[in-house]
Design a protein. Structure first.
Lengths: 112, 117
């Protein structure tokens, strides 16, 4: 069964600290993996998109990594800011289909 | 670029009433998606359109749900009759290209928070 699992479910860190969010998937065959940021009361916004041949992609202070062999991805946030408080959603697509499999997200809270 | 526009932002209604959610996609985007988001299940795809034609509605929960796209700039999601278990946030998204290999992001609206009492 195609699934995407994210951990932790929630995380609290202090402003300025780094953090790493995890995404494990059982989707096969895998095409690409996306990370979205969703602020409270807003729609998700794309952060990164990686194909199976890419193992890292950055967007400012956000760096996503992908290990297609172990079917794991991580999103690393450097020097966190209060505005990073949001939910982060991992999404995986299946080759040859129009199906995107969504994780349930990690809720990040950055405290001053 | 105005982004994807959804209305209303909030809707509270009584069980049994008809609910209509509206979406205006980004101009030039050929694909439009309707999603439902709940705490328990996260984001779920309900239906998507390509060039105004419904392509996959396998995610629509039951016959009480229907969606239309009469033209490239407008879509509706209708629930009739509504039930308390339909309470969720409903998102509309659009993209220019859509496939499993596409590197185009989906652009989401800010959603409609629906509460059925």
């Amino acid at each position: 069964k195609n699934q995407v699992e994210q951990s932790p479910q929630s995380l609290i860190i202090l402003e300025g600290k780094n953090c790493t969010l995890q995404c494990n998937y059982t989707v096969s065959p895998f095409s690409n993996l996306r990370w979205y940021k969703q602020d409270t009361g807003r729609g998700p916004v794309s952060l990164t998109i990686m194909t199976f041949s890419e193992n890292t992609k950055s967007n400012g202070r956000y760096t996503a990594t992908l290990d297609a062999d172990t079917k794991q991805s991580s999103l690393h946030i450097t020097a966190s800011q209060l505005s990073d408080s949001a939910s982060y959603i991992c999404v995986v697509s299946v080759v040859g289909t129009y199906k995107y499999i969504f994780g349930t997200g990690t809720r990040l809270k950055v405290l001053a | 670029d105005a982004g994807v526009i959804q209305s209303p932002r909030h809707e509270v209604t009584e069980m049994g009433q008809e609910v209509t959610l509206r979406c205006k996609p980004i101009s030039g985007h050929d694909y439009l998606f309707w999603y439902r988001q709940t705490m328990m299940r996260g984001l779920e795809l309900l239906i998507y359109f390509n060039n105004n034609v419904p392509i996959d509605d396998s995610g629509m929960p039951e016959d009480r749900f229907s969606a239309k796209m009469p033209n490239a700039s407008f879509s509706t999601l209708k629930i009739q009759p509504s039930e308390p278990r339909d309470s969720a946030v409903y998102f509309c998204a659009s993209t220019r290209y859509f496939s499993s290999e596409s590197n185009q992001p989906q652009h989401f609206g800010d959603g409609t928070r629906l509460s059925i009492l």
